[in-house]
Design a binder for this molecule. Structure first.
Ligand code: MG
Length: 297
């Protein structure tokens, strides 16, 4: 059943949106929007425009500007527990942290003596460990980075230790690992595979640092699962070919937000965390929901 831009598949979805809340076009003119991240303390959104090799900033009522030119083909972004920007860079094939003074610290650029492929998306655990995915999208052509032959034998999910900085491969059997997020209580880690099959897998997080009991959580169709986020009730909101798909904690697809363009990623933002910012191909859209993001990052 449709209600404006909302498609209701399960009655549980009705509590999550207000039918009169429209889909707002925030900005257009990008080539491939990705990696949206909300800065609550600064009241602005950052995101990557990968093929244009730049990062953008949107200030509500203040407009859109280039935040970082020559962004080394940045993709996924998040913030650490100190509020610092953490970024995946296709071009430099690394994960970096932007310090408060603007300087760049390299968090990871190699594993077992070989260069990473092209880090795609990143999340920070409350213990400070940094988890990221490393598919090959950024080295397949010169469009989203620099064309190169992979040095890694597998496309892995990695963890960077907060004390030692050591990088460890946590899962090695993905085709193209992509978006990732912890459940609100951090007992589970969800990781999208945008290769084939196109689904989101879930792992139990043991003692904060080991993964166990991996299984398929949901399949996304049409399109593929790229980036995703959780709301406070543990519903998973993921990118898809026709918009944003919302999955209940039990893995049921309960509803959709339909968008004019294919979605790559999203994040909750706004002062109350109830505004969903959607990175969709050439544009950024936003919609007010009646739920809130699990973490403002
Ligand atoms: Mg991605």
């Amino acid at each position: 059943m449709a209600d404006g831009i909302y498609e209701i598949i399960d009655d549980r979805f009705r509590a999550l949106f207000n039918g009169s809340a429209a889909l707002d076009l925030i900005h257009t003119g990008c080539r491939w929007s990705e990696g949206p991240v909300w800065f609550k303390d600064g009241n602005y959104l950052l995101w990557s425009d990968i093929p244009n090799n730049r990062m953008m900033r949107y200030i509500p009522d203040g407009g859109v500007s280039v935040y970082r030119a020559d962004a080394r083909y940045s993709n996924g972004n998040t913030r650490d527990r100190q509020g610092r920007l953490v970024t995946c860079e296709h071009g430099a094939r690394r994960v970096t942290r932007t310090e408060i003074d603007g300087s760049i610290t390299v968090i990871a650029d190699s594993f077992e003596g070989k260069r990473l492929n092209s880090p795609n998306d990143v999340v920070v655990h409350s213990d400070g460990s940094i988890w990221f995915t490393d598919p090959t999208y950024g080295i397949q052509s010169d469009y989203e980075g620099h064309k190169a032959t992979p040095e890694q034998e597998t496309n892995n999910v990695y963890r960077v230790d907060p004390q030692t900085g050591a990088i460890e491969a946590m899962v090695r059997d993905f085709v193209q690992p992509n978006g990732l997020a912890f459940s609100p209580d951090e007992t589970k880690l969800y990781v999208a595979d945008s290769g084939s099959p196109r689904h989101i897998r879930v792992f139990d997080v043991v003692a904060g640092r080991t993964l166990a009991n991996g299984r398929v959580f949901c399949t996304v169709d049409p399109g593929l699962p790229d980036g995703f986020r959780f709301d406070i009730d543990g519903n998973l909101w993921t990118s898809a070919g026709d918009g944003v798909h919302c999955f209940a904690p039990d893995g049921t697809l309960i509803g959709k937000i339909l968008t004019p363009e294919r979605v790559a990623n999203l994040t909750f933002g706004g002062p109350k965390g109830n505004r969903l910012y959607i990175a969709a191909t050439s544009s950024i859209y936003a919609v007010y929901l009646t739920t809130n993001g699990a973490a403002l990052s």
